[in-house]
Design a protein around this ligand. Structure first.
Ligand code: SIN
Length: 341
């Protein structure tokens, strides 16, 4: 029997017997999530903890905050969506912890923020829910990866390589790897490209403002393979392999009007109009500035986290510090599209 993400999810949250079956099918290893009580708290307690007046607790950094007092599974009113959107625009990255979401509930919630994308890696969509991309290092019983094992261990922003990049991404944690001491692995790191823009000297801001960059998915893939030749990814379709898009090097947020640097070392092959060497040096300089270690929000995952980020104002990357039998399984949506300006 071929195991897919959707079946896995059903087994994990709803059917203890199925969970046992899955443990067997996928190689027997578990760190304890494949049972209905796998969330940090049971469903009822989670509902109680998340009900109340929504509040935002900032990380104290340029980006990153937790929203408390919202239980997404029980449906969310328009005022709460507005509250979350405002917080997202202000903090670029938000986490809502201890959520208990079925795939349809995750999709319904994400739809409130914009149109959902059909993803560029169709091989890894959650069966029956093409709006959800499965991100996982788990190998199914057919010997094939369940999901995209590595959606990006290089700094990137989702959809950078597309004509109309996604404004938002949302990632829901079903299984998180741990080390022998119970410490979560596979953190996701975020860096503010808006704060990076603010930190640029005015002369460099003026130089960058009129520039445009060439970006492509093929360039990101080349860099991922250069760093990890063993990386398993299906080859890109001819359309994606040959697609190069030109976007402004500085992006303006369509809602807040905030400016942000919009080049990334892996995706951006060059800044048009500059000599090759100068272009590469400037791209590297900008990324180094945005990703200074003390500016980074590092998300340490818990099962039940719904993490969302604003691609217009941040870069992100996965920390590459886990491997099977440490299992990682998340469902991602990417949504809302805009031509960068
Ligand atoms: C992504 O790069 O979109 C996903 C990051 C992650 O897997 O943590």
């Amino acid at each position: 029997m071929k195991l897919n993400c959707n079946q896995f999810w059903l087994c994990s949250l709803e059917h203890p017997a199925g969970a046992a079956l899955n443990r067997h099918q996928t190689g027997g290893y578990n760190h304890g999530y494949n049972k209905p009580s796998g969330l940090p708290h049971g469903g009822k307690r989670q509902q109680e903890e998340n009900v109340g007046t929504p509040e935002v607790i900032s990380s104290g950094l340029a980006l990153g905050a937790e929203v408390r007092g919202v239980a997404l599974g029980s449906g969310v009113d328009a005022a709460t969506i507005g509250f979350i959107k405002d917080a997202l625009h202000q903090h670029s990255v938000l986490v809502l912890r201890n959520q208990r979401l079925t795939p349809p509930q995750q999709i319904d919630f994400c739809r409130r923020f914009g149109k959902l994308e059909a993803h560029s890696h169709p091989r890894y969509l959650v069966k029956g829910h093409p709006e959800l991309l499965c991100i996982s290092n788990i190998i199914g019983d057919d010997g094939e990866p369940l999901g995209l094992a590595d959606a990006g261990t290089v700094w990137h922003t989702d959809g950078h390589f597309d004509d109309t990049p996604n404004l938002y991404s949302m990632l829901y944690a079903l299984e998180i790897p741990h080390d022998a001491h119970g410490q979560a692995l596979g953190d996701t790191l975020f860096a503010s490209t808006a704060a990076g823009w603010d930190r640029l000297p005015e002369t460099l801001q003026n130089k960058l403002l009129p520039l445009k960059a060439e970006n492509s998915l093929a360039a990101i893939n080349r860099e991922l393979h250069r760093r990890n030749p063993a990386l398993q990814r299906p080859p890109l379709s001819a359309a994606w392999a040959n697609k190069v898009v030109v976007h402004p090097a500085v992006r303006t947020h369509p809602v807040t009007g905030r400016k942000a640097i919009y080049v990334a070392s892996a995706a951006s092959a060059r800044l048009l109009g500059l000599p090759e060497q100068e272009s590469r040096a400037l791209i590297e300089q900008l990324q180094t500035l945005c990703t200074e270690p003390d500016q980074i929000y590092r998300h340490r995952w818990q099962v039940g986290d719904l993490l969302m980020w604003d691609n217009c104002t941040c870069l992100h990357r996965l920390s590459n510090d886990f491997a099977l039998p440490q299992r990682r399984l998340l469902h991602r949506t990417t949504l809302d599209f805009a031509v960068p300006f």
